[in-house]
Structures are given as C-alpha cells and as structure tokens.
Design a protein around this ligand. Sequence first.
Ligand code: B12
Ligand code: SF4
Ligand code: SF4
Length: 365
Amino acid sequence: MKDRIQQRARDLGFDACRITTASPPESHPRFQQWLADQRHGHMTYLQRNSSKRLDPDRVLPGAKTIVTLAVSYGDSPPTPGSPRRTALAVDSTPSAPTPPAGPAGVLARYARFTDYHQVLAHPLQALARWIDQLGGPGTRSLWYIDTGPVLERDLAQRAGLGFIGKHTNLIHRHLGNWILLAEILTTLKIEPDSPEKNRCGSCTRCLAACPTAAITAPFQLDARRCISYLTIELKEPIPLELRPAIGNRIFGCDDCLSVCPWNRFAHAGALMKNHARADLAEPDLVELLALDDLGFKRRFAGTPILRAKRRGFLRNVCVALGNVGGAPALPALQRCADDPDPLIAEHAGWAIRRVQARARLTGDS
Ligand code: B12
Ligand code: SF4
Ligand code: SF4
C-alpha cells in the first residue's frame, strides 16, 4: 500500500514522499519552550493552536498516519561548459522583465513564484482523495500545506523525508533545502518509514550568514530577529536597530538557505518550475513606492507577496531604500512620508534621513 501511495505522489509531481505515524512530534518540549520564550513574536496563532500542533489526533480525530511530501522550488545545477543559469530561469509570464532603472529589491526565492498554496492545492487534494478511495469506506484524510496546525518539519524529519538543519529548515539529501513541505493526515494505517538523522556535521555556515543573528544557536531561531518575520509577518514598525541589516530585502530572506552545502544536489521540481514569475526577479524599488492599494493587488496578484499587504510591503521598500537608495529616490520617499498610513510615513521619514546622511557623506546632491 505504501509503495502505491508513494508512486501516486510521484505521478502527481511531488519530489519526495515518506510516511510517519500520527503520534505527537517528539519536539513537544522544545516547541513549548520556544513559545514560552516569546520567540514567536506576534505570530499569536502558533500559541493559540499549539495543542493541535502537538497532537495530530486533535486535528483529525482517529488519524493513524501522516503522509509527508516535499516539493522542490530549486534550480538544476549547470552542466559543465554551459553558462550558469539564473536562479529562476523559467518564465511563465508573457512579458520579459526589463532591468530596473534604480536600485532593485530582493524577494525571497519562494515568493518569486505563483503562490505555492495555490499551485499545490490541486495535486494535494487529488492525492488525499485517492488515499480515501484506497482505504475504502470510512477512511478520512486531510491535507495541509504551511497554514495547517501541524509541525511540518518535525513530522517530515520523523518520516525520513529529510533532516532539520541548524538553520531550522528541512534538508532533503538529494534536493537540498529549497523544498516546500506538505502533508496528508489520514485515518488509514500505513507502515511508517524510518527517521532521517542530522547531517550538518561541523558546518555552521548558516549561522554565520544570518544578517541579524536570528539563529541564536544551532537549531534555534528567534523569529523576532528573522528578516522573514520582520518583512512578512510583522504588522508593526520594524525595530530601528534591525533595519540596517535588512539591506535591500523587501519580502522574506534566503541567506541561511543559500549558503547550505546540501544545495549542490538541488534540482528543479515538476510542480513549481513552470510557475516562476520572471517579473519579480529585480523589482525597481522606486517604482514600487508608487503603488496604491489597487496597483499593489494587481502587481502581485496570485503571489505570496499579497500577504504583506500594501502597508507592510511599502514599509519594507522604504527600509530597503533607506539602506541602498540614493538622492533620486528622495521625491518618491517624500510622497510616502505624506502617506495617510502612519506605518509607511514613519519608515519613509527614516529612509529619507538615511539617504540624506549618505548623500552628505559622499558629497551627492
Ligand atoms: C512560523 C513559521 C515561520 C516563522 C518562524 C520560523 C521557524 N523556524 O520556526 C518565520 C516567519 C520566521 C518563518 C520564516 C521562514 N520560513 Co516558515 N514557517 C513557519 C511555520 C508556519 C511554522 C513553523 C513552526 O512551527 N515553528 C516553531 C519553532 C519552534 O520551530 P523552530 O524554531 O524551527 O524549532 C524547532 C526545530 O528546530 C526543532 N529542532 C530540531 N532539532 C533540534 C535540535 C535542538 C538541539 C533544538 C534545540 C531544536 C531542534 O525543535 C523545534 C520545535 O519544533 C511553518 C509551516 C508549518 N506549519 O510548520 C513554515 C515553514 C517552516 N517555513 C518555511 C519557509 C520556506 C520559510 C522561509 C525560508 C521563507 C523565506 N525565504 O523567507 C523562512 C526561513 C527562516 C528560517 N531560518 O527558519 C517552510 C520550510 C520548508 C523547509 N524546507 O523546512 C515551512 C515548513 C512552510 C512549508 N510548508 O513549506 N517561518
Ligand atoms: S531567513 Fe535570513 S534573517 Fe532569517 S534566519 Fe535565515 S538568514 Fe537569518
Ligand atoms: S549550512 Fe551547514 S549547518 Fe546550516 S543547515 Fe546547511 S549543513 Fe547544516
């Protein structure tokens, strides 16, 4: 039965599929300690549904098995002699991107695709229905990707899908860490696979690469310092002391993932590769500042960037311009300093002061 499910998952385009039981994840005490230390910041949903995260039976009563799945959003390594392909070589958008006139912002790799929650919903639903049919009458299955009350990486590690690296993300031995996780909880009993062990060895590259020292120790992330949290999840002002380290990142961060040596085995997966959005490769920061609410929704329709909403996103763009912008960015920042939303206005004011201070130092007008 397990072979048939794994084969069906492959046929649907998933890059890896492993099975674990629906028993509570062993990381129970660590997760509770993380919450107790307030390392989740304002992500109160993690606290609110923590009892479900710690017991799959509370999510699907009678659950026996969790089918864990990985989807690669990585890139294939170059073949010898060929030029290095850009990180996201596939363009599913009709218009080719034009290089930005001003400084460009950086979006996390996963955000330069159509929203994976949308792309993967159909194959996940298809696999869950297929498992229900395989199990026969009375079998119930629930699928989740990211947003469910499930400790996805811990369960995936127990299923042997990969190991949790010191940067706290799951690494698959043949796909690297550019993978998204999903799972199907089911009442069907299936023989579990054996867990994967950690393979970081003495490497500490990800800890050294983190611009904000958010990985406070191996396997320990203080989300409140993580640029991904600050630019996506935080709805409030970004703490002043962390703004300079954000550089020109305007949505998410990949620094700890990019340096991981296990990515040498990464390759593009079937499900995401045709959903890359080339228009998001190098967005012009000054142009982004001109987006009104409707313009923002149109520009980023179908992408994960909508999650930040215009106010959060423009806040991030202001921070990026404060870090890398020059005098030509000042008129656009000035308009944002008058934005009715105080969040945008305050960050624009901060950016103006930084740009002006830099211009004074370099003698630019
Ligand atoms: C909240 C959340 C965040 C938060 C917190 C991140 C975090 N590390 O927990 C923020 C907003 C910062 C975030 C950022 C990102 N996220 Co996120 N996030 C989640 C979410 C919704 C919950 C994670 C969670 O429960 N955290 C709880 C805390 C306690 O986990 P932790 O700090 O990692 O600690 C655990 C482990 O490290 C473990 N552990 C294992 N071994 C050891 C050993 C020791 C000694 C210790 C102490 C602990 C330990 O114990 C802890 C308890 O579980 C999951 C989806 C899901 N439902 O699971 C996606 C998820 C983890 N995110 C994902 C992604 C892609 C990202 C980003 C790469 C996005 C980006 N490019 O900006 C970054 C990566 C940042 C990073 N270094 O982790 C993917 C990761 C895929 C993968 N390969 O693992 C997930 C699984 C979503 C998905 N379905 O694909 N994310
Ligand atoms: S995503 Fe960026 S800020 Fe967050 S832990 Fe990784 S390197 Fe640090
Ligand atoms: S960079 Fe090194 S320490 Fe960090 S997750 Fe990868 S192998 Fe582990």
